[in-house]
Write a protein that binds this ligand. Structure first.
Ligand SMILES: Nc1nc2c(ncn2[C@@H]2O[C@H](COP(=O)(O)OP(=O)(O)OP(=O)(O)O)[C@@H](O)[C@H]2O)c(=O)[nH]1
Ligand SMILES: [Mg+2]
Length: 294
Protein backbone atom coordinates (compact mmCIF):
# COMPACT_ATOMS: atom_id res chain seq x y z
CA UNK A 1 0.00 0.00 0.00
CA UNK A 2 1.23 3.54 -0.73
CA UNK A 3 2.33 5.79 2.10
CA UNK A 4 -0.22 7.82 4.04
CA UNK A 5 -0.26 11.53 3.24
CA UNK A 6 -1.62 14.48 5.14
CA UNK A 7 -1.32 18.23 4.93
CA UNK A 8 -2.98 21.59 4.62
CA UNK A 9 -4.31 23.03 1.37
CA UNK A 10 -4.90 26.79 1.24
CA UNK A 11 -7.68 27.65 -1.22
CA UNK A 12 -7.09 31.06 -2.76
CA UNK A 13 -8.42 33.14 -5.61
CA UNK A 14 -10.32 36.21 -6.66
CA UNK A 15 -13.74 36.76 -5.06
CA UNK A 16 -16.58 34.66 -6.49
CA UNK A 17 -14.51 32.05 -8.37
CA UNK A 18 -16.23 29.25 -6.43
CA UNK A 19 -13.65 28.49 -3.72
CA UNK A 20 -16.21 27.72 -1.04
CA UNK A 21 -18.39 25.71 -3.43
CA UNK A 22 -15.32 23.72 -4.42
CA UNK A 23 -14.27 22.98 -0.85
CA UNK A 24 -17.81 21.85 0.00
CA UNK A 25 -17.94 19.64 -3.08
CA UNK A 26 -14.52 18.10 -2.35
CA UNK A 27 -15.34 17.21 1.24
CA UNK A 28 -18.97 16.35 0.51
CA UNK A 29 -20.42 18.62 3.23
CA UNK A 30 -21.83 22.12 3.11
CA UNK A 31 -19.46 23.81 5.52
CA UNK A 32 -18.48 27.06 3.87
CA UNK A 33 -21.21 29.49 2.89
CA UNK A 34 -21.87 30.26 -0.78
CA UNK A 35 -23.66 33.06 -2.62
CA UNK A 36 -23.60 34.65 -6.05
CA UNK A 37 -22.11 37.82 -4.53
CA UNK A 38 -18.37 38.44 -4.19
CA UNK A 39 -16.87 38.56 -0.66
CA UNK A 40 -19.26 36.03 0.80
CA UNK A 41 -16.49 34.34 2.79
CA UNK A 42 -15.03 36.49 5.58
CA UNK A 43 -13.28 33.96 7.80
CA UNK A 44 -10.83 31.12 7.27
CA UNK A 45 -12.88 27.92 7.33
CA UNK A 46 -11.19 24.55 7.72
CA UNK A 47 -12.77 21.51 6.05
CA UNK A 48 -11.21 18.11 6.75
CA UNK A 49 -11.62 15.18 4.39
CA UNK A 50 -10.27 11.81 5.49
CA UNK A 51 -9.65 8.80 3.27
CA UNK A 52 -7.70 5.62 4.03
CA UNK A 53 -4.60 6.85 2.23
CA UNK A 54 -4.84 10.60 2.85
CA UNK A 55 -6.18 13.33 5.09
CA UNK A 56 -6.83 16.62 3.31
CA UNK A 57 -7.03 19.69 5.52
CA UNK A 58 -8.56 22.40 3.33
CA UNK A 59 -8.61 26.04 4.40
CA UNK A 60 -11.15 28.16 2.53
CA UNK A 61 -10.30 31.86 2.48
CA UNK A 62 -12.04 35.09 1.52
CA UNK A 63 -11.65 36.00 -2.15
CA UNK A 64 -9.56 38.99 -3.02
CA UNK A 65 -11.91 42.00 -3.26
CA UNK A 66 -11.82 44.12 -6.40
CA UNK A 67 -11.53 47.50 -4.68
CA UNK A 68 -11.08 47.52 -0.93
CA UNK A 69 -13.20 50.43 0.30
CA UNK A 70 -13.58 49.84 4.02
CA UNK A 71 -11.43 48.57 6.88
CA UNK A 72 -13.36 45.31 6.63
CA UNK A 73 -12.37 45.02 2.97
CA UNK A 74 -8.74 45.61 3.79
CA UNK A 75 -8.87 42.94 6.49
CA UNK A 76 -10.39 40.52 3.97
CA UNK A 77 -7.73 41.37 1.43
CA UNK A 78 -4.99 40.48 3.92
CA UNK A 79 -6.78 37.29 4.85
CA UNK A 80 -7.30 36.29 1.22
CA UNK A 81 -3.77 34.99 0.76
CA UNK A 82 -2.98 34.15 4.40
CA UNK A 83 -4.22 30.60 3.86
CA UNK A 84 -1.71 29.95 1.09
CA UNK A 85 1.24 31.38 3.02
CA UNK A 86 0.80 28.88 5.84
CA UNK A 87 -0.32 25.80 3.90
CA UNK A 88 1.65 22.86 2.49
CA UNK A 89 -0.07 23.30 -0.86
CA UNK A 90 -1.84 26.27 -2.44
CA UNK A 91 -4.95 25.55 -4.51
CA UNK A 92 -5.50 28.50 -6.81
CA UNK A 93 -9.09 28.68 -8.05
CA UNK A 94 -9.80 30.57 -11.23
CA UNK A 95 -12.94 30.76 -13.38
CA UNK A 96 -12.70 29.13 -16.78
CA UNK A 97 -11.83 31.71 -19.47
CA UNK A 98 -11.63 34.53 -16.93
CA UNK A 99 -8.28 35.69 -15.72
CA UNK A 100 -7.86 39.32 -14.67
CA UNK A 101 -5.84 41.64 -12.46
CA UNK A 102 -7.30 40.30 -9.21
CA UNK A 103 -6.49 36.72 -10.20
CA UNK A 104 -2.95 37.79 -11.01
CA UNK A 105 -2.61 39.69 -7.71
CA UNK A 106 -3.57 36.57 -5.75
CA UNK A 107 -1.16 34.37 -7.66
CA UNK A 108 1.68 36.81 -7.07
CA UNK A 109 1.14 36.55 -3.34
CA UNK A 110 1.55 32.78 -3.23
CA UNK A 111 5.14 32.33 -2.00
CA UNK A 112 7.67 31.20 -4.63
CA UNK A 113 8.51 27.55 -4.27
CA UNK A 114 5.17 26.69 -2.63
CA UNK A 115 3.53 23.70 -4.30
CA UNK A 116 0.65 25.21 -6.25
CA UNK A 117 -2.19 23.60 -8.16
CA UNK A 118 -4.72 25.42 -10.28
CA UNK A 119 -8.38 24.43 -10.38
CA UNK A 120 -10.12 25.94 -13.41
CA UNK A 121 -13.68 26.02 -12.10
CA UNK A 122 -17.16 26.39 -13.62
CA UNK A 123 -16.37 24.37 -16.77
CA UNK A 124 -20.04 23.35 -16.84
CA UNK A 125 -20.69 26.85 -18.25
CA UNK A 126 -18.55 26.27 -21.33
CA UNK A 127 -20.15 25.46 -24.66
CA UNK A 128 -17.31 23.31 -25.90
CA UNK A 129 -14.16 22.07 -24.24
CA UNK A 130 -11.81 23.17 -27.01
CA UNK A 131 -12.22 26.83 -25.96
CA UNK A 132 -10.40 25.86 -22.79
CA UNK A 133 -7.16 24.85 -24.49
CA UNK A 134 -5.69 28.35 -25.11
CA UNK A 135 -6.75 29.38 -21.58
CA UNK A 136 -4.96 26.42 -20.00
CA UNK A 137 -1.94 27.17 -22.13
CA UNK A 138 -1.86 30.79 -20.96
CA UNK A 139 -2.28 29.74 -17.34
CA UNK A 140 0.60 27.28 -17.56
CA UNK A 141 2.95 30.13 -18.56
CA UNK A 142 2.15 32.19 -15.46
CA UNK A 143 3.69 29.84 -12.94
CA UNK A 144 5.07 26.35 -12.58
CA UNK A 145 1.87 24.74 -11.43
CA UNK A 146 2.18 21.20 -10.10
CA UNK A 147 -1.07 20.51 -11.95
CA UNK A 148 -3.87 22.37 -13.70
CA UNK A 149 -7.24 20.67 -13.41
CA UNK A 150 -10.45 21.87 -15.09
CA UNK A 151 -13.36 21.16 -12.71
CA UNK A 152 -16.93 21.97 -11.91
CA UNK A 153 -17.87 22.36 -8.26
CA UNK A 154 -21.48 22.38 -9.43
CA UNK A 155 -21.58 19.09 -11.35
CA UNK A 156 -18.67 17.39 -9.58
CA UNK A 157 -16.80 16.87 -12.83
CA UNK A 158 -13.10 15.99 -12.37
CA UNK A 159 -13.19 16.35 -8.59
CA UNK A 160 -11.78 12.87 -8.03
CA UNK A 161 -8.91 13.73 -10.39
CA UNK A 162 -8.29 16.92 -8.41
CA UNK A 163 -8.22 14.95 -5.14
CA UNK A 164 -5.73 12.55 -6.71
CA UNK A 165 -3.25 15.23 -7.78
CA UNK A 166 -3.69 17.07 -4.49
CA UNK A 167 -2.79 13.88 -2.67
CA UNK A 168 0.41 13.59 -4.67
CA UNK A 169 1.37 17.13 -3.68
CA UNK A 170 0.89 16.55 0.07
CA UNK A 171 3.71 15.38 2.34
CA UNK A 172 3.92 11.82 3.64
CA UNK A 173 2.59 12.15 7.17
CA UNK A 174 0.12 10.58 9.58
CA UNK A 175 -3.34 12.13 10.00
CA UNK A 176 -3.49 15.37 12.00
CA UNK A 177 -7.13 14.98 13.04
CA UNK A 178 -9.36 12.07 14.11
CA UNK A 179 -11.03 10.51 11.03
CA UNK A 180 -14.53 11.72 11.93
CA UNK A 181 -13.54 15.37 12.49
CA UNK A 182 -14.92 17.67 9.81
CA UNK A 183 -13.65 21.09 10.88
CA UNK A 184 -11.92 23.01 13.65
CA UNK A 185 -14.70 25.59 13.94
CA UNK A 186 -17.48 25.20 16.50
CA UNK A 187 -21.25 25.11 15.98
CA UNK A 188 -21.57 28.69 17.16
CA UNK A 189 -19.40 29.82 14.25
CA UNK A 190 -21.46 27.89 11.69
CA UNK A 191 -24.71 29.18 13.19
CA UNK A 192 -23.58 32.76 12.48
CA UNK A 193 -22.28 31.88 9.03
CA UNK A 194 -25.44 30.10 7.91
CA UNK A 195 -27.57 33.08 8.88
CA UNK A 196 -25.15 35.46 7.16
CA UNK A 197 -25.42 33.36 4.03
CA UNK A 198 -29.15 34.02 3.91
CA UNK A 199 -28.53 37.77 4.15
CA UNK A 200 -26.20 37.52 1.17
CA UNK A 201 -28.71 35.52 -0.82
CA UNK A 202 -31.84 37.53 0.05
CA UNK A 203 -30.82 41.14 0.01
CA UNK A 204 -30.03 43.75 -2.61
CA UNK A 205 -26.62 44.75 -3.88
CA UNK A 206 -25.09 46.76 -1.06
CA UNK A 207 -26.77 45.70 2.12
CA UNK A 208 -25.10 42.32 2.75
CA UNK A 209 -21.80 44.16 3.05
CA UNK A 210 -23.25 46.37 5.79
CA UNK A 211 -24.46 43.39 7.82
CA UNK A 212 -22.82 41.13 10.33
CA UNK A 213 -24.24 38.33 12.44
CA UNK A 214 -23.41 37.92 16.11
CA UNK A 215 -24.49 34.93 18.18
CA UNK A 216 -25.69 36.25 21.56
CA UNK A 217 -26.30 32.88 23.12
CA UNK A 218 -26.04 29.21 22.18
CA UNK A 219 -27.44 26.71 24.63
CA UNK A 220 -27.99 22.98 24.39
CA UNK A 221 -31.17 21.86 26.12
CA UNK A 222 -31.24 18.10 25.73
CA UNK A 223 -31.41 17.44 21.99
CA UNK A 224 -32.45 21.05 21.23
CA UNK A 225 -30.02 23.84 20.44
CA UNK A 226 -31.41 27.22 21.47
CA UNK A 227 -29.70 30.00 19.55
CA UNK A 228 -30.20 33.77 19.83
CA UNK A 229 -28.61 35.87 17.09
CA UNK A 230 -28.37 39.55 16.19
CA UNK A 231 -27.99 41.00 12.72
CA UNK A 232 -25.96 44.20 12.92
CA UNK A 233 -26.67 46.90 10.37
CA UNK A 234 -25.07 50.33 10.07
CA UNK A 235 -28.10 52.60 9.82
CA UNK A 236 -31.62 52.80 11.22
CA UNK A 237 -32.94 52.97 7.64
CA UNK A 238 -31.46 49.53 6.88
CA UNK A 239 -33.40 47.81 9.64
CA UNK A 240 -36.80 47.69 7.90
CA UNK A 241 -35.13 46.38 4.72
CA UNK A 242 -33.66 43.43 6.58
CA UNK A 243 -36.91 42.80 8.43
CA UNK A 244 -39.18 43.21 5.38
CA UNK A 245 -42.91 43.83 5.23
CA UNK A 246 -44.59 42.34 8.30
CA UNK A 247 -41.26 40.74 9.21
CA UNK A 248 -41.52 38.27 6.38
CA UNK A 249 -38.04 38.59 5.00
CA UNK A 250 -36.39 38.12 8.37
CA UNK A 251 -38.66 35.16 9.07
CA UNK A 252 -37.75 33.57 5.75
CA UNK A 253 -34.03 34.07 6.29
CA UNK A 254 -34.23 32.75 9.85
CA UNK A 255 -36.11 29.62 8.89
CA UNK A 256 -33.72 28.92 6.01
CA UNK A 257 -30.77 29.30 8.37
CA UNK A 258 -32.46 27.13 11.00
CA UNK A 259 -33.03 24.31 8.50
CA UNK A 260 -29.38 24.40 7.41
CA UNK A 261 -28.26 24.36 11.05
CA UNK A 262 -30.48 21.36 11.80
CA UNK A 263 -28.93 19.53 8.85
CA UNK A 264 -25.35 20.39 9.82
CA UNK A 265 -25.76 19.79 13.57
CA UNK A 266 -28.04 16.78 13.17
CA UNK A 267 -30.68 17.95 15.66
CA UNK A 268 -33.49 20.39 16.36
CA UNK A 269 -32.72 24.11 16.52
CA UNK A 270 -34.67 27.04 17.93
CA UNK A 271 -33.40 30.26 16.35
CA UNK A 272 -34.35 33.76 17.50
CA UNK A 273 -33.08 36.68 15.42
CA UNK A 274 -32.99 40.41 16.23
CA UNK A 275 -31.78 43.34 14.15
CA UNK A 276 -29.74 46.15 15.72
CA UNK A 277 -27.92 49.21 14.51
CA UNK A 278 -24.20 49.46 15.12
CA UNK A 279 -23.00 52.52 13.31
CA UNK A 280 -20.10 52.27 10.84
CA UNK A 281 -18.98 48.86 12.11
CA UNK A 282 -17.25 48.09 8.78
CA UNK A 283 -14.84 50.96 9.40
CA UNK A 284 -14.41 50.72 13.15
CA UNK A 285 -11.18 48.88 14.04
CA UNK A 286 -12.33 48.16 17.58
CA UNK A 287 -15.56 46.55 16.48
CA UNK A 288 -13.80 44.70 13.67
CA UNK A 289 -11.29 43.25 16.13
CA UNK A 290 -14.09 42.22 18.47
CA UNK A 291 -15.83 40.49 15.56
CA UNK A 292 -12.70 38.51 14.73
CA UNK A 293 -11.24 40.51 11.84
CA UNK A 294 -8.15 41.55 13.83
N1 LIG B 1 -21.91 27.31 -12.97
C1 LIG B 1 -21.16 27.16 -11.89
N2 LIG B 1 -21.29 28.02 -10.86
C2 LIG B 1 -20.49 27.81 -9.78
C3 LIG B 1 -19.55 26.76 -9.70
N3 LIG B 1 -18.91 26.86 -8.51
C4 LIG B 1 -19.45 27.93 -7.88
N4 LIG B 1 -20.41 28.51 -8.63
C5 LIG B 1 -21.23 29.70 -8.28
O1 LIG B 1 -20.36 30.81 -8.16
C6 LIG B 1 -20.83 31.72 -7.14
C7 LIG B 1 -19.74 31.96 -6.13
O2 LIG B 1 -19.48 30.78 -5.42
P1 LIG B 1 -18.69 30.78 -4.02
O3 LIG B 1 -18.34 29.35 -3.72
O4 LIG B 1 -19.42 31.56 -2.99
O5 LIG B 1 -17.37 31.56 -4.47
P2 LIG B 1 -16.13 32.03 -3.57
O6 LIG B 1 -14.93 31.99 -4.44
O7 LIG B 1 -16.06 31.23 -2.32
O8 LIG B 1 -16.54 33.53 -3.28
P3 LIG B 1 -16.00 34.53 -2.10
O9 LIG B 1 -16.07 33.79 -0.81
O10 LIG B 1 -16.93 35.66 -2.16
O11 LIG B 1 -14.61 34.86 -2.52
C8 LIG B 1 -22.09 31.05 -6.56
O12 LIG B 1 -23.21 31.59 -7.17
C9 LIG B 1 -21.90 29.58 -6.92
O13 LIG B 1 -23.12 28.87 -7.02
C10 LIG B 1 -19.45 25.86 -10.82
O14 LIG B 1 -18.67 24.91 -10.86
N5 LIG B 1 -20.27 26.12 -11.89
MG1 LIG C 1 -16.14 31.83 -0.39
Amino acid sequence: MSAHRCGTIGIVGRANTGKSSLMNALIGEKLSIVSHRPQTTRHLVTGIFTRDDCQYVFVDAPGRPAEPKSALHRALQRRATEAAREADVALFVVEALRFGTQDRAVLERVPAGRKTLAAVNKIDRLKGRTELIPFLDRLSKLREFDAIVPVSARTGENLSELLQVLREALPEAPALFPPDQLTDRDERFFAAELLREKLFREMGRELPYRCEVVIDSFREEGALRRIEATVLVERESQKPIVIGARGERLKRMASGARRDMERLFGGKVYLGVWVKVRRAWTDDQRILRALGYG
